[in-house]
Write a protein that binds this ligand. Structure first.
Ligand code: OOB
Length: 541
């Protein structure tokens, strides 16, 4: 079985007694819908309707095929698919089979995929021939050289039947005896961490803990059979998968409508065409939707509920949602590591517009701590630490990082600065982690800095966030170079190494030296202040 840091026995007992952990694998909710309402639409993607029965059948076919190839409980898989129905079918298949996937983002490239593969040593790769890395088998061969274990590869869009994902999804097969999900208290899959370290870390999520967060999210967000949910952000992201996300919609028997991007015009069209009732967006996309609504009119009427989270959401913009977009707002402050907070549907307006809500569970233990580790009173800012029934207890095989991210009581430090209001809701006011939140996409500064330092002509580098009207934040690299370099050279250097585009610095600033802190590290606070000053109206910087 896959190694992970478990919850202490006493806590596990409490979580079971209180009905949070019910011993149910993540595939069970969908399977229940498939037998209760087989004909109901589970997924609509590019005009194709996939019923619950079809979803379950295709997943069973794939699971049976993979089982025949010797895959099963305790194995791992690296999956990279775009926003298509196959993403969920594959996920369901792997849950049935007991294989734990990492679902990489479609924007991820060699660096990210190699790192994930190196960490989980997958036996199976499922990817898309239309992705730039998988047009031929060169990158697969590279991965196989790194991971001798990697014996199976299936591709969306492969012309050869034996390697075609679609082929194995549609070939009727019965599950062999013995095929079963992993026990509910073990790892179901790995979620991706936004990270603040040199390599992207993985978060083991168990069936028990994830299923609980999904069931409660369904209740808190009022998801029902009638819900038609627009998935217009990357499907693997925790927000779109479980808060309440597609798994929440499947649990309730609703329909997921898939979009390639949150682009307002195509989304408004999908809302009209498929009577979408609920959508989930990051704040930067809300900005685009409001702009589009101002020029072309509000999104079509079926949309009545918008969830917004993933990055800081300005109160002024939050207040515009009901008028401009004609729907209710629910704020979400969550993290792939676990804790998810929601404003509630019956909260007063003030709470909905000015806070990011409160935790899912009465047993989410939240501490807000000052720099010396003592709790701060309500209304004052401190670092968020949390433990609870669906917050993980350790990154996968990362003891050093875990020693820094957890305290002795098992509380996870998310790196967020928050305040708690008298009513018990949280406001996210900043962060201490070395991360850039670029329109909800998280960039670990250290990862990009390490890659830039591989350039022979770079002496020192510091990546810091700079304010941006559209995305909230963009990234700026301050570079001390040995010779004359240009931004374009460094972008080419990074692209050549193979990182996701969203991690490429938006701006480079070449400087003679970096300001240093008392301990001799680049003083990022000062660098950020320089950028913020430069962004002020009237500044010339
Ligand atoms: C979600 O998950 P991640 O893992 O991509 O990022 C988590 C981090 C948080 O620690 C916080 O720094 C930031 O994203 N964040 C927010 C926020 N929601 C997330 N910052 C300010 N306001 C918010 N509402 O981003 C995520 C996971 C599940 C549900 C929603 C978002």
């Amino acid at each position: 079985m896959i190694e992970f840091a478990p919850w202490p026995k006493e806590l596990g007992q409490i979580y079971r007694q209180r009905g949070y952990w019910i011993g149910r694998p993540l595939c069970a909710g969908i399977e229940a819908q498939a037998s209760a309402r087989p004909e109901a639409a589970a997924i609509i993607c590019k005009g194709r309707h996939v019923s619950y029965a079809e979803l379950d059948r295709a997943a069973t076919n794939l699971a049976a095929y993979l089982s025949g190839r010797g895959l099963g409980r305790g194995d791992t898989a690296l999956v990279q698919l775009p926003n298509v129905a196959e993403f969920y079918i594959v996920f369901l298949a792997l849950m049935k089979l007991g294989v734990a996937p990492v679902n990489a983002l479609y924007s991820h490239r060699q660096i990210e995929l190699s790192s994930y593969a190196d960490q989980i040593q997958p036996r199976l790769l499922i990817a898309d021939r239309a992705h730039s890395l998988f047009g031929d088998d060169a990158f697969l061969a590279q991965l196989q050289a790194l991971i001798p274990n990697l014996s199976e590869a299936l591709f969306l869009g492969d012309e050869q039947a034996s390697r075609s994902l679609t082929h194995w999804l549609s070939r009727d097969a019965s599950p062999p005896p013995g095929m079963a999900p992993t026990p509910a208290h073990s790892v179901a899959f790995f979620q991706l961490s936004g990270g603040s370290t040199g390599t992207p870390k993985l978060i083991p999520r168990t069936h028990d803990d994830y299923d609980y967060s999904v069931r409660e999210s369904v209740r808190i967000c009022g998801v029902t059979q009638q819900t038609r949910f627009l998935c217009a952000l990357p499907a693997p992201h925790n927000f779109l998968l479980s808060s309440p996300g597609a798994l929440g919609v499947f649990h309730a028997g609703g329909t997921v409508v898939m979009a390639d991007s949150p682009d307002p015009l195509s989304c408004f069209d999908l809302i009209a065409r498929h009577s979408v009732t609920m959508a989930a967006l990051v704040p930067s996309a809300v900005g685009l939707w409001i702009q589009a609504a101002e020029t072309r009119g509000a999104p079509p009427a079926p949309l009545d509920h918008l969830l917004v989270g993933g990055a800081s959401f300005a109160e002024a913009q939050a207040r515009q949602v009901p008028d401009k977009l004609g729907c209710r707002l629910q704020q979400v402050f969550g993290m792939a590591e676990g804790l998810v907070n929601y404003t509630r549907l019956d909260d007063p307006e003030d709470v909905v517009f000015t806070t990011q809500g409160r935790p899912i569970s009465p047993d989410d233990e939240i501490r807000i701590l000052s720099e010396d580790g003592s709790p701060v009173p309500d209304g004052e800012t401190g670092q968020l630490a949390v433990r609870g029934p669906y917050t993980f207890r350790g990154y996968y095989l990362a003891p050093d990082q875990n020693a820094r991210a957890f305290d002795a009581d098992g509380f996870y430090f998310s790196g967020d600065l928050v305040r708690r209001t008298a009513g018990g809701n949280l406001r996210v006011v900043g962060r201490v982690k070395d991360q850039i939140n670029r329109g909800g996409e998280k960039i670990a500064s250290e990862e990009v800095e390490h890659l830039l330092l591989r350039h022979a002509e770079i002496r020192q580098v510091a990546l810091v966030p700079m304010p941006d009207a559209g995305l909230g934040e963009k990234s700026c690299a301050f570079v001390v170079a040995r010779t004359n370099l240009r931004g374009v050279d460094l972008r080419r250097h990074l692209t050549g190494l193979g990182i996701a585009d969203y991690k490429l610095p938006d701006r480079f600033r070449f400087v003679d030296d970096l300001p240093l802190t008392a301990v001799g590290k680049p003083d990022k606070r000062q660098l950020r202040a320089q950028l913020e000053l430069a962004e002020k109206p009237g500044a010339t910087g």
